[in-house]
Design a binder for this molecule. Structure first.
Ligand SMILES: [Zn+2]
Ligand SMILES: [Zn+2]
Length: 260
């Protein structure tokens, strides 16, 4: 199969003076995750790194006000669409429950949709995602790129982030929230002073994937009570508190009806 060459692999959108959203528009919507570059006074953070189809680090360094500043990779969790570029960074932080997964990914590691288990594909359809393509991409980053040669590369954590830990950028401090249910070690970054929440796949404005329904329900109830001003999710556009509550209220009854 021959795919067209993308004009550029990453789409970037500055959300405010210090926050930039990056996306991979040529990845199927199911695996098209948000990456957030958060620039601080002393340190920058990249929250998640997409699929790892094309190098991310040079793109970030071109965007950063000071590319010489330390840059840490924080993984919201260890799914393929969030840790693809983690190996490009020297400082790699994740919750302990998914550190092994990031070091040696155990889930799908290829771009071939057929490598998902049939039950998993059915779960995505049931959640409301459109059917997968044969490959997870509809373009290649450069001429001659071989999608069959793609292999998700993990990397071991250099530090661990647990509930209540601080991610300190110098002039801003984010608190780590442990938000399990989609995955065991899902974390969010919460800035109480501004009400800004980076939520990973614990909540976003699209079809949610509850892997452990009862645990997920607890996480959603917790999120519903947070005085957020804006939520930057792991997928889909950002949203405010009313939408957060509407998403939770639509999802909770389904979780409560689910077995387990
Ligand atoms: Zn995701
Ligand atoms: Zn995920």
């Amino acid at each position: 199969m021959s795919l067209p060459v993308a004009e550029r692999w990453f789409e970037t959108k500055r959300l405010d003076a210090t926050t930039t959203l990056l996306l991979e528009p040529h990845v199927h919507i199911l695996e098209q995750a948000n990456m957030f570059l958060i620039e601080g006074r002393d340190r920058d953070v990249i929250l998640d790194s997409g699929m790892g189809v094309a190098p991310l680090r040079p793109v970030l360094d071109a965007l950063r006000a000071d590319p010489a500043k330390p840059l840490a990779h924080v993984a919201s969790h260890a799914h393929i669409d969030h840790i693809g570029g983690v190996h490009e960074f020297g400082e790699r932080l994740i919750h302990p429950a998914e550190a092994d997964d990031m070091a040696e990914p155990k889930g799908i590691r290829s771009l071939r949709s057929a490598d998902f288990a049939p039950e998993t594909r059915q779960m995505f359809l049931d959640a409301g995602y459109p059917p997968l393509w044969e490959l997870l991409i509809d373009a290649v980053p450069w001429e001659g790129y071989d999608p069959d040669a793609y292999l998700l590369q993990g990397a071991p954590a250099t530090g661990l982030l647990e509930e209540g830990d601080a991610v300190d950028l110098g002039d801003r401090v984010f608190e780590v929230l442990h938000l399990p249910g989609h995955s065991p070690g899902g974390i969010g970054l919460w800035e109480a002073e501004t009400g800004v929440l980076f939520s990973g796949d614990a909540i976003y404005d699209g079809p949610l994937i509850p892997v452990e329904p009862a645990v997920y329900a607890r996480t959603l109830r917790r999120l519903r009570d947070l005085p957020v001003s804006i939520v930057h999710g792991g997928h889909d556009p950002s949203f405010g508190r009313d939408r957060l509550r509407a998403i939770v209220d639509a999802c909770l009854p389904k979780l409560e009806a689910a077995p387990g």
